[in-house]
Design a protein around this ligand. Structure first.
Ligand SMILES: *Cc1c(COP(=O)(O)O)cnc(C)c1O
Ligand SMILES: [Zn+2]
Length: 497
């Protein structure tokens, strides 16, 4: 690409150089640790970490308007390392040289306006951001691109070798981890732990297909997580769960993309995300905060976190209005169609508490909200969205159910525009659609199939069973004519033609 076509004041900044001074910072005691070690919790107080750029003041070298221009022009580049989340290199892992960056096609997912019919049904203006259009079909690829690039960076400097990466998963983390790790074969091997029968068959096929070692464990996600934590404290393994602070850093790209896609104008915007382990909502808030601090956006959008009534520890925590009286209690989950968010003890809870506090403060008002929705509404709104041109998973259905509930509660109004996270592709969760259509969702979910949404295939056979073509036995010409006519007639009748 000919850099001469870029304006002169942008040209020298268009290809980022490794800079910044990144450290792990503990959310409990604020202690800082080198990123050259593999670290997931504070060795002093055991709290989770975030990555902090000690040289963050240097981001003020450009005005917000200049940063906007840099990112808008960078969009034209054809350098693979800068095509994904690292378009925002200075904000997303500034110390990583382009040569260590993994790019498998993640990020810059489409923002699709709700269809006119769907807008009519909800009475709201909104868009879906389709993170199911990432390489492994969920948003987890954003954090994985960041985590695996950070590991490649350590490998390239001979700081680690023979890496074995492990994670626990509600399905999508393991699909993403296995994919990105397999790209770095033979430098890295991966193993994933899944709760037995608590991920969809599509999600199970993904890490198997990528060649990872897959272990199924009895129990739920929270149980798998404890085993992975134990493994990572006892053995030299790389932890790829969102406890890994690089995951959060990569997922901040979601916010940067929304800002850029709306031409940096966040006035009257609300961003709706489902909450499971709470890594994503932490990242989304943190991303907007960083762009706000750098003057790239002038307003902070409203953040709405949504949980199912069957897995709602974050919602329960915020029910107490008095900040000083709030007390976090894990919940026992019940079966949820928003299975990827079915978590009772979110690892990132301390991150949410800290970042939401900052977010409200920077917004000069309460700007982060938590909504609880029913299982029934999750399924019904997912089906409604998809029957109106969208491709959202059940967690995206949860977002839409949450938006509708937020409107009923007066938290969002008609004058605002919402951006809903379709966190995975619909096909990953088609099993729930199947069960719904066949009226086979187990009672424990608390969902009744509404006949208005049910859609099942209709087998059309000729009256004469001998008049059926098969691969082995083709019909005579005249018989085949009769077959075509009879079947067409039956279909025409069904369609009232
Ligand atoms: C992981 C996941 C979630 C939950 O995200 P957290 O960061 O764990 O809160 C929601 N939807 C899908 C599809 C996921 O894979
Ligand atoms: Zn600490």
């Amino acid at each position: 690409m000919n850099l001469d076509i870029f304006p002169e004041e942008i040209r020298q900044h268009i290809i980022p150089k490794p800079e910044g001074n990144l450290v792990y910072r503990c959310l409990g005691c604020s202690a800082e640790f080198s990123i050259e070690k593999l670290l997931y919790v504070c060795p002093d107080c055991n709290q989770v970490l975030l990555i902090h750029d000690k040289n963050e003041a240097a981001l003020a070298k450009h005005s917000g308007a200049t940063w906007q221009k840099i990112f808008d022009f960078r969009k034209m580049l054809k350098i693979p390392a800068l095509k994904g989340i690292y378009r925002y290199h200075e904000f997303i892992g500034s110390c990583i040289p382009l040569s260590s960056i993994l790019y498998l096609g993640e990020g810059h997912t489409p923002i699709v306006e709700a269809s006119p019919n769907l807008k009519g049904k909800t009475g709201l203006n909104f868009f879906y951001k389709n993170d199911g259009q990432n390489p492994s079909a969920s948003f987890k690829d954003r954090g994985m691109a960041s985590a695996l690039s950070s590991i490649k960076y350590l490998i390239d400097q001979d700081l680690v070798s023979d890496v074995i990466a492990v994670c626990a998963s509600t399905g999508d983390t393991s699909a993403a981890a296995a994919l990105y790790a397999s790209y770095l074969r033979p430098l890295i091997k991966s193993a994933v732990l899944l709760p037995h029968k608590k991920v969809t068959s599509q999600q199970l096929s993904q890490p198997l297909g990528s060649g990872a070692r897959v272990f199924e464990i009895p129990g739920v996600f929270d149980d798998c997580m404890k085993i992975v934590e134990h493994l990572s404290s006892q053995y030299p393994v790389v932890l790829l769960n969102s406890k890994n602070a690089w995951r959060i850093l990569g997922q901040e790209s979601y916010s940067y993309e929304i800002a850029q896609d709306f031409d940096w104008d966040m006035t009257d915007k609300a961003v709706v995300v489902p909450i499971g382990n709470a890594g994503n909502i932490s990242a989304v808030m943190n991303g907007f905060l960083k762009f706000h601090k750098a003057g790239i956006i002038k307003q902070l959008p409203k953040i709405i976190g949504v949980q199912s009534e069957h897995a709602d520890p974050v919602y329960q925590y915020y029910l107490e209005p008095d900040e000083n009286k709030r007390c976090f209690k894990p919940v026992n989950t019940r079966p949820s169609v928003a299975q990827a968010a079915m978590i009772g003890n979110p690892v990132s809870m301390p991150r949410v508490i800290e970042i939401a506090k900052q977010y409200n403060k920077e917004s000069c008002r309460k700007n982060v909200f938590f909504i609880q929705v029913t299982e029934q509404s999750i399924m019904d709104w997912q089906l409604t969205a998809n029957q109106n041109g969208h491709i959202t998973c059940t967690q995206g259905g949860e977002c839409l159910a949450g938006l509708v509930r937020a409107k009923a509660l007066g938290i969002v109004t008609k004058s605002e525009t919402a951006i809903l996270d379709a966190t995975a592709h619909a096909i990953k969760f088609s099993e729930f659609q199947d069960l719904y259509f066949k009226k086979q969702i187990p009672d424990s979910y608390g969902i009744q199939s509404d006949p208005g949404y049910i859609n099942l295939p209709d087998l059309i056979s000729p009256d004469n069973p001998d008049l059926v073509p098969s691969q082995e036995k083709r019909l005579e010409k005249a018989d085949f004519q009769r077959f075509v006519q009879e079947i067409s007639g039956k279909i025409a009748k069904k369609l009232n033609l």
